[in-house]
Design a protein around this ligand. Structure first.
Ligand SMILES: NC(=O)c1ccc[n+]([C@@H]2O[C@H](COP(=O)([O-])OP(=O)(O)OC[C@H]3O[C@@H](n4cnc5c(N)ncnc54)[C@H](OP(=O)(O)O)[C@@H]3O)[C@@H](O)[C@H]2O)c1
Length: 284
């Protein structure tokens, strides 16, 4: 498909493989324009070669603040505007909280949380000036309910969702939108090469986080989620007239979300009397 000169412009982080790559290919196939970014931009050379008018490629490590500022600014200049800013870059850290070291914890937050916030903050002046634009954040099903072994990875995504909820309220009056995507297990490089192991090992956690880690390892290459279908669903959702604030991807994550809703209501019912009694008494 050939792009229209005024077709929407996307900016996506972490396009080398997986969900980012699939989304990059999908938006180009749908005739939209794209500034595709990756730590190793040579991984995207084929995209630029196949879509020379539609696609620009830029190097971006979201942990590098100066590079984020320069790359978002270059991306804005590439086509004169940005319509969809997708924070997809991220990686997992597997291990019990006590097994992860400080440097691993800081690095995971640096990429998954601070990297994404950095991209959003760098793009905000342009999107506010346009009074148009949409932030798309790739979160995780770990936010629906977290697992033993994902304390840090889950926390980075929970924090990102917390910031995104506030952001949505802040920018809605300015004409900007926010969508959070919660994928379940998708068949990407996530478990194979984007899942860092905790530096420590304590046998006391073998039955909890260790079990989850072994389970994840058995899932490599067998995850039920198809990245191409995920890309199509994200595209459909965020280009809709009324885009959703949250998009849960895959049956696994859907089932998890369905289980969580009544469980949260039951917990509120069980503790309601205790919690409600903590307000100052009102009335006479
Ligand atoms: N697949 C799943 O089951 C699943 C489930 C829930 C959430 N997610 C989320 O989906 C997103 C994409 O992951 P994926 O499943 O597509 O895995 P993937 O194929 O391993 O892709 C991860 C991408 O993130 C990039 N990345 C990592 N650190 C980066 C950094 N500092 N700066 C820029 N890019 C960086 C990687 O780049 P390099 O090639 O340079 O390493 C790669 O392009 C992640 O945020 C992940 O947390 C995935």
């Amino acid at each position: 498909m050939t792009e229209a000169p005024d077709s929407p412009v996307w900016f996506i982080t972490g396009c080398s493989t997986g969900l980012g790559r699939a989304l990059a290919e999908h938006v180009l196939a749908r005739g939209h324009r794209l500034v595709a970014t990756a730590r190793r931009p040579d991984a995207l050379a084929d995209l630029a070669a196949a879509h020379p008018a539609q696609c620009r490629v830029r190097a971006l490590d979201v942990a590098d603040a100066a590079q984020v500022a320069a790359t978002v600014s270059a991306a804005a200049a590439a086509f004169g505007r940005l319509d969809f800013v997708v924070n997809n870059a991220g990686y997992g850290l597997i291990g019990a909280l006590e097994e992860c070291d400080e440097a691993q914890i800081a690095r995971n937050f640096e990429v998954n949380l601070f990297g994404a916030l950095r991209v959003i903050r760098a793009a905000l002046p342009l999107l506010r000036a346009q009074r148009r634009g949409h932030f798309v954040t790739i979160s995780a099903a770990a936010v629906i309910a977290n697992y033993a072994g994902f304390s840090i990875y889950g926390a980075s995504k929970w924090a990102l969702e917390g910031a995104s909820e506030a952001l949505a309220a802040e920018v809605r009056p300015l004409g900007l939108k926010v969508t959070i995507v919660q994928p379940g297990p998708f068949r990407t490089d996530f478990i194979a090469r984007s899942l860092e192991r905790a530096s420590g090992h304590l046998a006391d956690y073998d039955a909890t986080s260790g079990k989850f880690r072994s389970y994840l390892e058995t899932m490599t290459g067998r995850q039920p989620g198809d990245p191409l279908r995920a890309a199509a669903a994200i595209f459909t959702a965020v280009t809709a007239a009324n885009p959703p604030f949250r998009l849960v991807l895959g049956k696994y994550a859907h089932d998890k979300a369905r289980r969580k809703l009544p469980a949260a209501a039951r917990e509120l019912d069980a503790t309601g009397e205790l919690g409600l009694a903590t307000d100052f008494p009102t009335g006479p």
